[in-house]
Write a new protein. Structure first.
Length: 296
């Protein structure tokens, strides 16, 4: 039986309830969906903290990055660990090369250069009130979203109203991307498309809670299954085709509707995205089949 490591982290692994993240139940849903399908394919799943001692990885044939949801706090150590595992002959999915490209949101500029429609963005090493005023003028909008260039799960995101600017001493503490707030996030929601080895598995719609704009479950966001139109599936598939490497084992393409009706890519999540097994009941079988083929 081939052994597959599912990389998690200290705040998603079961254990001390006070330590677990509020959305750690999503880790449990992933394991429940994948483990039986893997076993059917002759794959034994080992759930392991990516920071565990290296000897704990001995005998693994492949690792998938799973729920390593603290990687953005120590990205260099994370990539170094993936490099070490790969150097020991363990297949890493998605690969360290993919992770390096995807870890900083500036990859969106690469996709734009390859023809992808992306959300309008200003990239800044630092953001003060002056940069906010500049961005409001640039986008001619009433609200801005400021995000980390290296981050996940809406960590440290800020929604800023033009009529309620922060005080003159305010500074955003990270390299940032500044985008106009797009009302489509609350009206239609964010559309997510899950791909396994480049093939569309399933899709869903994510909506924020009333009064919020973040679609993650931590903030009350909800998800419903989406049956995408051929045009929507094609738009998402075009983003996978625009990646500067072959389609990875798994990808989640998050998109938002522009005012002209076209879909824009918000994120191409290739590192450790939640893959929403509840909306994709055959996700486990799809992943197990794709991994088995890679190990043949």
């Amino acid at each position: 039986m081939r052994r597959i490591g599912f990389l998690a982290c200290e705040t998603t692994l079961p254990g001390d309830g006070d330590r677990r993240r509020g959305d750690a139940y999503e880790h449990d849903l992933m394991i429940a969906a994948l483990a039986p399908a893997f076993e059917t394919r002759g794959l034994e799943m080992d759930v392991i903290d990516w920071e565990a001692p290296l000897e704990d990885f001995e005998g693994l044939d492949l690792v998938m990055l799973g729920t390593a949801w603290n990687y953005q706090d120590k990205p260099d150590a994370f990539v170094a660990r993936l490099d070490t595992l790969a150097s020991r002959g363990i297949s890493v999915c998605n690969s360290p090369e993919v992770v390096r490209w995807n870890a900083t949101k500036t990859y969106l500029r690469d996709l734009a250069e390859r023809g992808a429609a992306t959300v309008p963005t200003l990239w800044r090493h630092s953001v003060s009130r002056y940069e906010l005023e500049e961005a409001f003028e640039h986008f001619d909008c009433e609200r801005l979203v400021v995000k980390r260039q290296v981050g996940a799960g809406a960590l440290d995101q800020e929604l800023i109203d033009r009529k309620a600017l922060p005080n003159p001493q305010w500074r955003y503490g990270h390299r940032a991307m500044i985008q106009p707030y797009l009302p489509a996030i609350a009206k239609e929601g964010e559309l997510s498309f899950i791909f396994i080895d480049g093939d569309l598995s399933h899709a869903l719609r994510k909506l924020p809670a009333d009064g919020d704009y973040r679609i993650q479950s931590l903030y009350g966001g909800t998800e419903t299954k989406l049956e995408p139109s051929p045009e929507e599936a094609c738009a998402a598939g075009a983003i996978v085709s625009a990646l500067p490497f072959d389609a990875p084992l798994y990808a989640r393409i998050d998109m938002l509707r522009a005012e002209d009706g076209a879909l824009m890519v918000m994120e191409a999540e290739l590192i450790e995205p939640y893959l929403y097994p509840e909306q994709g009941p055959d996700l486990g079988e799809r992943l197990a089949r794709a991994i088995a083929q890679r190990l043949d």
